[in-house]
Design a protein around this ligand. Structure first.
Ligand code: FEO
Length: 422
C-alpha cells in the first residue's frame, strides 16, 4: 500500500515537472513576440482529415510595456496551456486586447474561457465577418467584439490588417507588424505537426515539406485562385519584400526562410499536373481490387508514376494528397444495391469539395448483375470537371485474363492523356 502511494506521488511529481517544464513554456520569436500556443499530440481526426502526427494551435503574445496583445487563441479545452505559457511572461489579466485572425474553432474555441479569465471588457478585434462569425459561434454577448481599425496601436508599434476572405473562411484575415516585418498568417503557410520544435530552421524540409503539401492539398486547394491573387497583390504592393518572419496558426514559425514556403505556395496554386496517376478504389470480394492492380501495372509500364490506394486501409486525406499533384485519378468501385460502394462515395464527395483542376478521370469496377457502381463514378467524375477520355470499364463477376482487354485499353488511353497533360 505504501509502495503504491509512493508510486502515485512520484507520478504526480514527474507529471507536474513535465507539465511545467516542457509543455508550458512560451517561446521567444522576437524580443517582444512570444509563441504561447498549444501542442495537440493526440489529435488524429481534424474534421475528417487524418493528422497522424497531431497538430499545434499557435497563438502569439506581443508585449510593449503595459500594452499586451494576444493574437489568436487555441481549441477549447487547451485554454490552460495557453494561459500558463502567458503567465511565464506576464500576468494573463494584463492582456490588453485580443486579435482574432480566424474564427474557426481550433483558433477561437478557447476565446470565451480566455476572455472570462482575462476580462470580458477587453476588446477582441476581428474582421467584419470575423465579428459576425464569432458571435454566431458563441452567441456570447458578453464579449467585446470589434471590427479591426485600419491600424491598431500595440503600444508604440502599429499592427495593420489584410482581409483574406475565403482563404479559407469568409472571416480570414492576416495581421502584420511592419516595424518588425512579422506576418501573422492564421491558417496560411501552416501544417499539422505536433512537435517540440517551433521554427522552420529546427526541422529539415524533408520532414515538413510533405506535411505542408498534405495541408495545402486538403485544406487550401479550393482557394488556389484567391491565394494566387493574394500572392500577386502582396508582391505588387511591396508587402512581400517587407516580410521577415511568418507566424502561422499551425506548424512552424518561418523565421529562417519564409520565402521557401511562399515559393511552394506559388507553385501549388497553379495545380500543375505531374506525370503521375493515382488509383483509388474499394472492393467487396477482391475483383475490383484485381482490376486496380492490373491498371497499376499497365500505367507503371507506360512510364507513369503510379500510386495505389485501397480505401479499406487508406484514409481519404492521404489518397487526396497523392491526387493533388497527379494528372490522373482512376477510381474503382464495385456495385452494391445499385449504388457505388459507400467508401468510394465518401472519397468522391471529399475530393469534389476540393475543386481539383487539370485532372483526367477514369472509372472501373466489377459487378455481379446490375453494375451501376462504375457508371455512377464515371458520371461524378464528369460533374467534377475532370477530363474523362474513355468510357468506364466494368467487368462482370471475377475478372479473367480474357476480360482484361478493355482494362488495358483504359490504361493505354489514360497513359497517353497523362503524357499530353503533364
Ligand atoms: Fe486552423 Fe481554418 O482553422
Amino acid at each position: 500500500m505504501t509502495a503504491v502511494l509512493f508510486s502515485e506521488i512520484a507520478n504526480i511529481f514527474i507529471f507536474s515537472k513535465l507539465h511545467k517544464g516542457f509543455k508550458m513554456e512560451p517561446v521567444k520569436v522576437t524580443d517582444n513576440i512570444y509563441w504561447v500556443g498549444a501542442v495537440d499530440y493526440d489529435i488524429r481526426d481534424f474534421h475528417g482529415y487524418l493528422t497522424p502526427r497531431g497538430s499545434t494551435y499557435n497563438a502569439y503574445l506581443v508585449v510593449n510595456g503595459d500594452v499586451v496583445t494576444l493574437i489568436d487563441t487555441v481549441k477549447h479545452g487547451l485554454e490552460d496551456e495557453l494561459l500558463s505559457r502567458v503567465a511565464k511572461i506576464v500576468d494573463p489579466s494584463k492582456i490588453t486586447q485580443v486579435v482574432s485572425n480566424h474564427a474557426e474553432m481550433d483558433h477561437s474555441g478557447g476565446l470565451p474561457v480566455i476572455m472570462k479569465r482575462i476580462g470580458l471588457e477587453k476588446p477582441v478585434y476581428a474582421s467584419s465577418m470575423g465579428v459576425k462569425n464569432l458571435f454566431g459561434q458563441f452567441h456570447y454577448a458578453g464579449m467585446n467584439l470589434q471590427t479591426v481599425p485600419e491600424k491598431l496601436d500595440l503600444g508604440g508599434e502599429d499592427m495593420v490588417f489584410l482581409e483574406t476572405r475565403m482563404i479559407h473562411w469568409p472571416d480570414s484575415m492576416f495581421s502584420f507588424l511592419p516595424s518588425q516585418g512579422v506576418l501573422f498568417s492564421q491558417d496560411g503557410f501552416g501544417m499539422h505537426l505536433a512537435a517540440p520544435e517551433r521554427f522552420d530552421d529546427e526541422v529539415d524540409e524533408k520532414v515538413w515539406g510533405p506535411l505542408a503539401l498534405n495541408y495545402f492539398a486538403n485544406i487550401l486547394t479550393p482557394y488556389t485562385v484567391q491565394i494566387g491573387k493574394l500572392l500577386e497583390k502582396v508582391a505588387a504592393d511591396g508587402l512581400l519584400a517587407q516580410i521577415k518572419i511568418v507566424c502561422p496558426d499551425h506548424g512552424f514559425v518561418w523565421r529562417k526562410n519564409p520565402g521557401r514556403i511562399v515559393e511552394l505556395y506559388s507553385r501549388w496554386v497553379q495545380q500543375k499536373p505531374e506525370r503521375k496517376a493515382v488509383i483509388v478504389f474499394d472492393t467487396m470480394w477482391h475483383s475490383t481490387e484485381y482490376m486496380a492492380r492490373e491498371l497499376t501495372d499497365y500505367l507503371a509500364c507506360q512510364g507513369i508514376e503510379t500510386r495505389y490506394h485501397n480505401l479499406k486501409n487508406t484514409h481519404r486525406s492521404v489518397a487526396t494528397t497523392d491526387c493533388f499533384e497527379a494528372a490522373a485519378i482512376l477510381i474503382g468501385s464495385p456495385t452494391i444495391n445499385n449504388q457505388m460502394f459507400p467508401s468510394v462515395a465518401d472519397f468522391l464527395t471529399y475530393v469534389k469539395s476540393l475543386k481539383f483542376k487539370n485532372k483526367i478521370g477514369a472509372a472501373f469496377g466489377s459487378h455481379g448483375w446490375s453494375g451501376e457502381g462504375a457508371k455512377l463514378v464515371q458520371a461524378e467524375l464528369k460533374t467534377m470537371g475532370f477530363e474523362v477520355p474513355s468510357d468506364e470499364v466494368r467487368i462482370q463477376w471475377v475478372p479473367q485474363e480474357k476480360d482484361l482487354g478493355p482494362l488495358k485499353a483504359l490504361g493505354q488511353t489514360v497513359a497517353e492523356a497523362v503524357k499530353k497533360l503533364s
